[in-house]
Design a protein around this ligand. Structure first.
Ligand code: FAD
Length: 485
């Protein structure tokens, strides 16, 4: 198709670089290239494309393009590449670091109409989905065939597999099945100039040069647009049982993790740690949450085992708890007796947002960091002391996926914008001091960009820039996310 030369002019992008502002001529050109309803502009753009998860507005995009096919994505990027028009790709918009929200002058590429699950192949253990397919839709589809897709997040109903891939999402079962990166067999990707990389392969072993698909996992849409994915699926475990344990010290938490790994092997599907303050406040303050153990113990661990044989899972968990008790690791423990009691234990662990709402005087700042497990206790103690040094009324509440080296500390303080910035800096500086990662799961986006240097060296960030320049020479894909070129 020959397209008329549109009329574009240069305007400053957030972050100082100059990008092209799209003119009405370019929007007309997009309309000619796509079918009716694929290109929205002006009053037709619904607020959901430019409001964050809390309902706060960002700049309204000049256009929203909703492709139906990989070829549509390719056409859009080819045009934007030619005219240097920046594009932000949107999946379910559940990301927490302001990566998918448009900056000024960007087009939104919404994947919402590419949401089909094209194939479920239980013989190979693979499903093929378009990138806009919601995670929960994939989970439910493979369950119909007795299989599971192990990735699971609180945002499962809205987040998409394309967003999960682009953020390398984690979640609750990482200790057993790994991050999204470990669950991807092949990807189809459209590069910045519209080239389609057809890498939708269904096998694990493939040592034929650079593994290109991994470039697109976790790179937050700055290197290409994922259009389809071949994902690993597993026979669904028939049984899932949960234990809640009380422990006297963090040393015992680490010993229990080692014992659980040794004794349960592949049956261990979650190992979640809660500091006393998290467990106590959640049980005492969050409506509908009941704690099966008393609230005065220093640490609590939620431990989940799953597998095909209910009797064996229960026996293995009981034996683990007996051994842990004999070795002096536990003060108390309880084992789920039904799906309902297992869900009630998980509810304690999953109530951090609800807990935050029970402190009406305070703003809750949630963080998502990774650390070596043997440094977690010192990190949490140091964080609490430094928070108190800034504001004696402020306090911290800590829990996390200890088995994955991932903590979610929260800082509670009386809300003022200057304190918000001070606490944020404190947490990321401290994470850097402990050689940790400032983003275990959620990515960098725009929000954590100033702190990237706490977790990555200057040489690493320069290498990322080199990759970005090579794969997106006109800097049109999610410009300004992760780092500024
Ligand atoms: C209640 C709640 C719980 C959460 N729990 C977890 C958790 O346990 N673990 C975790 O890791 N995260 C969690 N998150 C964060 C979020 O859900 C994940 O980051 C998720 O993977 C984002 O998917 P999405 O489809 O919403 O992506 P979006 O928010 O739409 O986009 C995220 C990034 O991916 C890019 N992108 C989206 N689709 C594509 C595509 N097809 N091609 C290229 N780039 C693309 C976007 O441009 C952006 O950079 C949670 C969020 C909420 C609200």
């Amino acid at each position: 198709m020959i397209l008329a030369k549109p009329d574009v002019k240069l305007v400053p992008e957030i972050g100082g670089k100059r990008v092209r502002e799209m003119s009405d001529g370019f929007i007309d050109e997009l309309r000619k290239a796509f079918d009716h309803g694929s290109v929205l502009s002006g009053a037709d753009i619904d607020a959901r494309y430019y409001h964050d998860i809390s309902g706060n507005p960002v700049p309204k995009p000049r256009a929203v393009v909703r492709p139906r096919t990989t070829e549509d994505v390719s056409t859009l990027l080819r045009l934007c590449h030619r005219e240097k028009v920046p594009v932000t790709t949107q999946g379910g918009m559940t990301g927490l670091v302001r990566a998918a929200l448009p900056n000024a002058n960007e087009i939104v590429l919404s994947m919402e109409r590419m949401n089909a699950i094209e194939e479920v192949d239980t013989a190979t253990g693979v499903a093929i989905a378009q990138a806009g397919a919601p995670l929960q839709k994939i989970q439910e589809r493979v369950e119909q065939d007795g299989f599971m897709f192990p990735l699971d997040l609180g945002s499962r109903g809205s987040c998409t597999i394309g967003g999960n891939i682009s953020t390398n999402a984690g979640g609750n079962r990482v200790i057993r099945y790994g991050m999204t990166r470990d669950l991807i067999l092949g990807l189809e990707v459209v590069t910045a100039d519209g080239t389609v990389l057809r890498g939708l392969r269904k096998y694990i072993k493939n040592n034929t040069g650079i593994d290109l698909k991994q470039l697109y996992v976790g790179s937050e849409g700055i290197l290409g647009v994922v259009t389809r994915a071949a994902i690993r699926i597993f026979p669904a475990p028939a049984e899932r049982q949960v234990a809640l344990c009380a422990l006297p010290s963090f040393g015992q938490v680490m010993s229990l993790l080692k014992l659980a790994r040794t004794n349960l092997g592949g049956e261990l599907t979650a190992f979640e740690v809660m500091w006393n303050a998290y467990y106590r406040h959640t049980v005492e303050r969050v409506k509908g949450v009941a704690g099966p153990l008393p609230t005065h113990h220093p640490f609590y661990v939620l431990l989940e085992a799953s597998g095909g044989d209910a009797g064996r899972i229960r026996a293995d968990l009981e034996r683990l708890l007996e051994t842990a008790m004999e070795n002096g690791l536990l003060l108390d423990a309880t084992l789920s007796t039904s799906n309902a009691s297992a869900a009630a234990i998980w509810r304690i662990r999953d109530s951090s947002v609800e807990l935050g709402r029970t402190f009406p005087f305070a703003a809750r700042m949630g963080f998502d960091v990774s650390l070596a497990i043997d440094r977690m206790e010192e990190y949490a103690d140091t964080l609490e002391a430094r928070v108190k040094a800034i504001d004696p009324q402020a306090f911290t509440i800590v829990m996390g996926h200890a088995g994955d080296g991932n903590l979610h500390p929260s800082v509670y303080h009386e809300h003022t914008p200057d304190k918000h910035d001070e606490f944020e800096k404190l947490v990321y500086d401290l994470t850097g001091e402990f050689d940790g990662s400032i983003s275990a799961e959620h990515g960098i986006g725009m929000l954590k960009k100033p702190y990237l240097k706490m977790s990555r060296t200057a040489e690493e960030i320069d290498t990322m820039r080199t990759l970005k320049r090579a794969l997106d020479p006109n800097n049109i894909l999610n410009p300004g996310r992760i780092f500024t070129l």
